[in-house]
Design a protein around this ligand. Structure first.
Ligand code: C2O
Ligand code: CU
Length: 496
């Protein structure tokens, strides 16, 4: 337990995954009964603990591609889904976790018949798409009952940016359980005129813990800090291998679809060039050693291996405290191997990378209003040492779908200051209306583009500029640690 030396004892548990192998997971239990969640992954060592094979070639989820302006698909939500082609007890879309990759173009209609084969409500959120939040479009208030089907019709506007988006369930009270169980998929908007690459891959990151009968249940303490899985997966696989030849140009569409983890990714011996954030191509690519993704964030990177070898892609999970240094549950803090890049062929001198056409720039018009809002966590009544009794919300209020928390005039461009007086960072996500980050309390460099998830530092703030110039309707903003969202850290907004 960080900050409480000497208080931890280590306990091992074995879990069956519905696979041939058995999983051994380490759980550290502190003196006060708090559990530190997650694997104690050692960089560079394949863990025998997962029950899933490691070292398999990275698989691509099935691609469903629009034609003649339309993508009509059936998505069946059900338990018993496979992981990376191996039978497992995950939950999936059409039998797999992640679900199929949906590929569309600006101007297309996405017609999804979602069938709920679970024993609880679900729905579908097209995360990051700039589409209508109303009716049977990207409407988070719809709940589809067990056994029912629902027909979504999502019109992707003509001018929609090309990039990497994703979909996942959003039924309040059930979102974290369902994402953690495996329900997520990529949604790519393609556009003409992008430079060719030799590999264009979705790299969708999830984490999960599976018991024999299905996804492990979360305890109140794990919900408080945001649950974390024992297995960190890439396209449903444990530590797969990306094969490439030296000199090939790779585009990786990285999606952080974990329930709670803020990840810093690092590829051994290779800088990565970030070309897009949250589905929008950046005006200027940036090259560095790491990329950081809060839950819900995406980034597209270019990698050009220049020599033969095997290079781990590692993921470091930021440490989270639910209650600050005074104790309480923590999670994260570890570095794990997410995948390996295996290259062959002769070494080559580095060659320049192509330039990708920039996505739409943030609106430069005058700001017409300002608001302040705050993430709030409090103790409601007597809180037990299991985290029960903790309340989550915005501005001291828990989510109520009937109440409208922010009413905004269509056409307004507002400046929002989102403050976080709590001792843990929260990823802020707003549906339908992406925002420009003007500044944050940590001094994070800005990107001069629009994004849809931003991490608000513990005890800090972010300042956002939000153009509400399209997509009238009612929707939500929330914490993308989905355990917090399910516990009430979500609010409504009506634009019209
Ligand atoms: Cu990715 Cu409202 O969610
Ligand atoms: Cu949160």
């Amino acid at each position: 337990m960080t900050g409480r030396p000497g208080s931890g004892v280590r306990v091992s548990r074995r879990r069956a995954l519905g696979l041939l192998g058995l999983g051994t997971a380490a759980v550290t239990v502190g003196a006060a009964g708090w559990a530190t969640l997650g694997t104690t992954g050692t960089t560079g060592t394949p863990r025998p603990s997962s029950g899933l094979p490691t070292g398999e070639p990275l698989a691509a989820p099935t691609e469903l591609v629009s034609s003649r302006g339309r993508l009509a698909v059936d998505l069946d939500v059900a338990p018993g889904a496979s992981l990376g082609g191996h039978p497992a007890s995950a939950w999936g879309y059409n039998g797999t976790s992640p679900g199929p990759t949906l590929r569309v173009r600006p101007g297309d209609e996405i017609a999804v018949r979602l069938r709920n084969g679970l024993d609880r409500p679900t729905n579908l959120h097209a995360h990051g798409l700039r589409v209508s939040p109303q009716g049977n479009s990207d409407n988070p208030f719809i709940h589809i009952a067990p056994g029912e089907a629902f027909d979504y019709r999502i019109a992707v506007p003509d001018g929609h940016p090309a990039g990497t988006f994703w979909y996942h369930p959003h039924a309040h009270g059930h979102a974290a359980d369902q994402l953690f169980a495996g329900l997520a998929g990529a949604l790519v908007v393609d556009a003409a005129g992008e430079p060719p690459v030799s590999q264009d891959r979705v790299l969708l990151i999830t984490d999960t813990t599976l018991d024999t009968g299905g996804p492990a249940a979360a305890t109140p303490a794990t919900r408080m800090v945001g649950r974390q899985g024992e297995l960190l997966l890439l396209n449903g696989q444990h530590q797969p291998v990306v094969h490439a030849a030296a000199g090939e140009l790779l585009r990786w569409r990285l999606i952080n679809a974990t329930t709670s983890r803020t990840l810093t990714l690092h590829l051994d011996a290779h800088p990565v060039t970030r070309i897009a954030l949250d589905g929008i191509t950046l005006p200027a690519a940036t090259t560095g050693d790491t990329v950081r993704l809060a839950p819900g964030n995406r980034t597209d990177v270019l990698v050009r291996p220049d020599r033969p070898g095997t290079f781990p892609l590692t993921a470091t999970t930021e440490l989270r405290h639910a209650m600050g240094m005074m104790g309480g549950p923590t999670a994260g803090g570890q570095t794990e191997v997410l995948a390996r890049l295996a290259t062959d062929g002769a070494a080559r001198p580095p060659s320049p990378l192509p330039t990708f056409p920039a996505g739409p720039a943030p609106d430069a018009g005058a700001t017409s209003g300002a608001r302040r809002l705050a993430f709030t966590m409090g103790m409601s009544g007597g809180m037990g040492s299991d985290g029960q009794g903790m309340s989550f919300g915005f501005d001291g209020r828990a989510f109520d779908p009937r109440r409208t928390d922010q009413a905004v005039a269509l056409g307004a461009v507002e400046e929002w200051t989102v403050t976080n007086p709590t001792p843990t960072a929260h990823p802020f996500h707003l549906h339908a209306w992406p925002f420009e980050v003007l500044a944050d309390s940590a001094g994070t460099p800005t990107t001069d583009t629009l994004q849809d998830v931003v991490l608000v530092p513990a005890g800090g703030w972010v300042r956002l500029r939000i153009p509400f110039t399209a997509n009238p309707g009612r929707s939500v903003y929330h914490c993308h640690i989905l355990d917090h969202e399910d516990a009430g850290m979500m609010a409504t907004i009506a634009v019209g």
